[in-house]
Write a protein that binds this ligand. Structure first.
Ligand code: COA
Ligand code: AMP
Length: 626
């Protein structure tokens, strides 16, 4: 079937299309209700189907002869460790971990927070929750205690799973003190904290609530899979919105399993038995979908890599892993490839390895800039696929559909909409724009399976954030355009979300934190372009009672404090390292901060001064300071 036929059939009759795709997985009870509308008016997939995601990811493959095949490879240059799990071994570990959680009272529908570094136990505990029908929420290790506390209060987990430490290249990050602080900050206290002790740091334990992972696992009785409904939740993943409160994106079991399974062949052209590597982190959506769930649902071998693209030990790390485990496709963020390019521009380190196994290089998480695209293609002589997606969807909205029909690539474009995603480019009024006209990217409802159907505990916020701007559409928050050939170009966020090293961050949240400093009158944080990380946050800060911009030593001390505050509140991942003190912010007469103009100015791009500007001298001052 051609791409056009496949895509058109998904748009003409979504229910029929996704009924057919639902047959790709082994349901306990095949759904009769393929697409229905719930009492909130939200469209849901497979409401009356019954399945278990963990069964499909592990037990099903064992029943079908894959028991001895490797399911998961753990490669950790930061601890100098490697470990492999066959499907049988992984299933046994997961069943035991599920038994451990069950013993702690975790049942279907209960919540578990997973705050773990890139160790096999992270994937094991996600699958263990799925086995019990419990809902997990993984919190990325680079977030600080207040972020974890926010999630504790919003998600109210029964149990928190953590480790004594994570390792950032050669720096030990002790997790347990961060967990203890988060629990003391939060109103909701989990009943138990299970701690994986790693030899790099031993966590101190509090009697009554803290439990040792190894001992608890030893004492546990393996637990079996619990059937859940298609619309029962598999996980919640928090992502940055435009305010300080992150949004808990909900993921349902049925639609997720179908979309994951379908995507492995349709998008990535991967067969069961192949080795697939998403070089990301389980704390991000890419890690959920393509380190853990999709490769296992498809019967592949997946890799969990505890290291960086560079420095662990060098820019050859990715190529070493690829050749060692015969990886067929790699998927990482453009930042990671740019980091390699910087260290090894000629690709000499890669030439030390046999990369004949590798067929495709995938990139997502941020725009793949044409120079990096060209460099990857020329250096590694392989197809390079940019594809566009977000936490809300859990899989790509636009890609080159390699398993259906390979399209000629165009640098800077994420190619074409993935089947199920009915994409239009809209103007401010919601009118559909034509080819080459840039606007808001909307997806016509219904969204395909796997996409969010609510924000955890706040359906109103879900409707407000995504469905109200353009009635009948889901607003992606991204801007872009189609060219004459129907290729989609993603040009960046149209809201206050920025993308730093493939990590999604809220400038609004940073502004709220900076604004808490007693000396700060007001501030604006923008994302300025960065050669390595795509974007970096940059603050413009007005100090109380200071009529003239003064970046003298006393004030740089304030800037240092602001940087520290953001690091302590959000975490090191925020990478807020730069702020300028200004006497006033450039605003329109109605008080709107001219962020777009600020961004263009900082990036050295052309800009026009809006006629609505309140005080043009504010921009002159900034120009002089840059
Ligand atoms: N736990 C604790 N701290 C973490 C962390 C984690 N899991 N991940 C990152 N951090 C810290 C880093 O150590 C760094 O701290 P520092 O300010 O003290 O140096 C800070 O957060 C910022 O991290 P990052 O933006 O990742 O920068 P880096 O300089 O450490 O690494 C790259 C640069 C390019 C190697 C790295 O950004 C990278 O691998 N990017 C790919 C991103 C990716 O896979 N995204 C997933 C979406 S597909
Ligand atoms: P996250 O939810 O963390 O995955 O971040 C999603 C956001 O990252 C999207 O809304 C985009 O702004 C950006 N993004 C992801 N993939 C791409 C891509 N291939 N091209 C451009 N932007 C992307």
């Amino acid at each position: 079937m051609s791409y056009q036929q496949e895509y058109q059939s998904s748009i003409d009759d979504p229910a029929k299309f996704w009924e057919e795709k639902a047959k790709l997985i082994n349901w306990y009870k095949f759904p009769k209700n393929i697409l229905s509308t719930d009492e909130q008016g939200i469209e849901r997939w497979y409401a009356d189907g019954e399945l278990n995601t963990c069964y499909l990811a592990l037990d099903y493959h064992i029943e079908n002869g894959r028991g001895e095949q490797l399911a998961l490879i753990y490669d950790s240059p930061v601890t100098d460790q490697k470990r492999t799990y066959t499907y049988l071994e992984l299933r046994d570990e997961v069943a035991r971990c599920a038994g451990m959680l069950k013993h702690l009272g975790v049942e279907k529908g209960d919540r578990v927070i997973i705050y773990l570094p890139m160790v096999p136990e992270a994937a094991i505990s996600m699958l263990a929750c799925a086995r019990l029908g419990a809902i997990h929420s993984v919190v990325f290790g680079g977030f600080a205690s207040p972020e974890l506390a926010l999630r504790l209060d919003d998600f109210t987990p029964k149990v928190l799973l953590t480790a004594s430490c994570g390792i950032e290249v050669n720096r030990i990050i002790e997790y347990k003190p961060l967990v203890d602080e988060a629990i003391s900050l939060a109103s909701h206290k989990p009943q138990n904290v299970v701690v994986l002790q790693r030899e790099q740091a031993v966590a101190s334990m509090h009697s009554g609530i803290d439990l040792d992972w190894a001992t608890s696992m030893q004492q546990a009785t393996p637990a079996d899979c619990v059937p859940v409904l298609g619309t029962d939740l598999l996980y919640i993943l928090y992502t940055s919105g435009t305010t300080g409160k992150p949004k808990g994106v909900v993921r349902e079991n049925g639609g997720h399993a179908v979309a994951m399974k379908y995507s492995m062949k349709a998008i990535y052209d991967i067969e069961p038995g192949d080795v697939f590597w998403a070089a990301s982190d389980v704390g991000w959506v890419v890690g959920h979908s393509y380190i853990v769930y999709a490769p296992l649902l498809h019967g592949c071998t997946t890799i969990l890599y505890e290291g960086k693209p560079v420095m662990t030990p060098d820019a050859g790390a990715f190529w070493r892993v690829i050749s060692e485990y015969k990886v067929k496709a790699i998927f990482s963020a453009p930042t990671a490839y740019r980091a390699i390019k910087k260290e090894d521009p000629e690709g000499e380190l890669a030439r030390q390895y046999d990369l004949s196994c590798l067929k495709t290089i995938f990139a997502a998480g941020e725009r793949l800039d044409p120079p990096t695209y060209e460099w990857l293609r020329e250096t590694y002589k392989l197809p390079v696929i940019d594809h566009w997606w977000q936490t809300e969807t859990g899989w790509a909205m636009a890609s080159n559909l390699l398993g259906i029909e390979r399209m000629p690539a165009k640098p800077g474009s994420a190619t074409m909409p993935v089947p199920g995603f009915n994409i239009d480019i809209l103007d401010d009024e919601g009118q559909i724009l034509g080819a080459n006209e840039q606007g808001f990217i909307g997806i016509k409802l219904p969204l395909p399976p796997s996409c969010l159907t609510s924000i955890w505990g706040d359906t109103e916020r879900f409707k407000e954030s995504y469905l109200e701007q353009f009635p009948g559409y889901f607003s992606t928050g991204d801007g872009g355009y189609f060219d004459d050939d129907g290729y989609l170009y993603i040009m960046g966020r149209v809201d206050d979300v920025i993308n730093v090293a493939g990590h999604r961050l809220s400038t609004g949240e940073m502004e709220e934190i900076v604004g808490k400093h007693p000396m700060v009158a007001e501030c604006a944080v923008i994302g300025r372009s960065d050669e390595l990380k795509g974007q970096m946050p940059m603050g413009f800060v007005v100090i109380k009672n200071m009529p003239k911009a003064d970046n003298s030593e006393a004030n740089t001390e304030i800037v240092k404090q602001l940087i520290q505050m953001v690091r302590e509140e959000i975490g090191p991942v925020a990478a807020f390292k730069e702020a300028l003190i200004v006497s006033r912010l450039p605003k329109t007469r109605s008080g709107k901060i001219l962020r777009k103009t600020l961004r263009a100015m900082v990036d050295g791009d052309e800009y026009t001064i809006p006629s609505t500007i309140e005080d043009p001298a504010a921009l002159d001052e900034i120009k002089a300071l840059l």
